[in-house]
Design a binder for this molecule. Structure first.
Ligand SMILES: *Cc1c(COP(=O)(O)O)cnc(C)c1O
Length: 415
């Protein structure tokens, strides 16, 4: 039987043309289906691969104790929350998790209180759009680091559309222009927004300097520590612990689907800011609460992060980073001075990055090519990430494979 041919129409033609354009510019992204738990060995389309691509930095995504806690959470609380937090979805599991998360930042933020979200994307939208509403229409300015994560950028765009907030970009490696802009700013509410660890480069924001600037110009400082929470600091509390920061001006965002190994995110700040976001944070108010069992499992994950086991996992991870930084040598490709488990290799063009990723795949490695708009044009790269579950042998094997592939590509280019 032949299928009847479907009528075409404008929107459908546009969709097909736009996708064909992306494909031609080597910017079409493809989903890959994994058939195994998130870990350093993955099964993808039936093939085993060494994975150096997840954000599961501590190797907790497949931890049996957290799995048992999730099962226990389901037996205690069922599978769904049934409603948003303010209606009837806020359970004892959420409440306990928020208390534990606030304790993690208590030495860094006075009167710390935490608010749990289903994702970091939503937490960022809620924090930024909610905080700018503390000022009257047009009374807020937002200062955003140029390389901030897309969820921060989207939060800022939404906040600006809703309240006429002024938006200024700054370079996090060169803060003088930020100081100058703030000095002339007479608006009542100023919000500086930055990634803690820049997600595609692995370098850290100068949080201490930013705190000083925030104090000097009466601003708030939002730090999105998606890649630092669990990883940085002696006890894994994140970038504020590592940099020994205490400030009443910090709005801290941590995510719980990366190093914490599960899912979700939180905002931690002084009680009054959190209370305000519960009143006015629309993404918080108008979204169903995450299943309480997830919150229950996350409490176990926090226990591990703070424990001896968590500390050993971090030490091992830092050993891998040290080996890579000291010993990895390329002839033309560029490695980045990063002290975190995010270790990009910059190749420049989309074609080079895709070719390298494809040769890595042939060699049994899963490392994605990251292209614009995720990174600036001309800086396409391999984004390599380490997990505490990688062994030193896994790392050294990767390093020699990368050297081999760089030679292969440059031999082809010069032949
Ligand atoms: C991953 C990430 C987010 C989004 O968190 P999700 O929980 O995955 O939605 C936010 N900010 C940064 C810097 C991230 O890397």
């Amino acid at each position: 039987m032949t299928k009847p041919s479907l009528a075409t129409f404008t929107a459908l033609d546009l969709a097909k043309d736009q996708i064909a354009d992306l494909d031609q510019q080597l910017l079409k992204r493809k989903l890959r289906v994994t058939q195994s738990p998130c870990d350093t060995k993955a099964i993808v389309a039936g093939r085993p691969l060494h994975a150096f691509c997840s954000n599961d930095y501590l190797g907790l995504a497949n931890h049996p104790d957290i799995g048992s806690a999730l099962a226990e959470g389901i037996s205690k609380y069922g599978v769904g929350s049934g409603a948003s937090h303010l209606i009837s979805g806020h359970s004892l599991a959420h409440e306990s998790l928020e208390k534990r998360l606030a304790e993690f930042q208590a030495k860094h933020i006075p009167e710390a209180r935490a608010l749990f979200f289903s994702t970091g994307y939503l937490a960022n939208l809620a924090a930024i759009t909610g905080l700018v509403r503390l000022a009257p229409q047009g009374g807020a300015s937002i200062y955003s680091a140029k390389l901030n994560h897309a969820s921060l950028i989207d939060g800022i765009r939404l906040a600006s559309a809703q309240t006429n907030a002024m938006v200024t970009l700054f370079d996090h490696t060169q803060l003088n222009s930020l100081r100058e802009a703030l000095q002339q700013d007479k608006r009542p509410l100023k919000l500086i927004v930055t990634d803690g660890v820049f997600s595609m480069d692995g370098d850290l924001a100068p949080v201490n300097e930013l705190v000083t600037i925030a104090q000097q110009y009466d601003a708030l400082l939002l730090v999105d520590d998606a890649h630092g929470f669990g990883v940085l600091g002696k006890r894994g509390h994140g970038i504020l612990e590592q940099d020994n920061i205490f400030s009443e001006r910090i709005i801290y965002i941590g995510t719980l689907g990366k190093a914490a190994g599960v899912s979700g995110a939180f905002i931690c700040a002084q009680d009054a800011f959190i209370e305000w976001l519960i009143q006015k944070g629309r993404p918080y108010i108008y979204s169903t609460a995450t299943p309480p069992a997830i919150a229950h499992a996350l409490c176990k994950s926090l226990d591990i992060i703070e424990s001896e086991e968590g500390s050993e996992r971090r030490q091992h991870l830092y050993r891998l980073i040290e080996i890579w930084q000291k010993e990895m040598q390329f002839s033309g490709w560029q490695k980045v001075a990063s002290c975190t488990p995010i270790q990009p290799v910059i190749l420049g063009s989309n074609a080079n990055a895709l070719q390298a990723a494809s040769l890595l795949d042939d060699a049994g490695y899963w490392i994605p090519a990251i292209r614009p708009p995720t990174v600036p044009i001309g800086s396409s790269r391999l984004r390599i990430t380490f997990s505490a579950n990688h062994s030193e042998a896994d790392l050294r094997q990767l390093m020699s494979t990368l050297n081999h592939i760089e030679q292969q590509i440059s031999a082809k280019a010069s032949s």
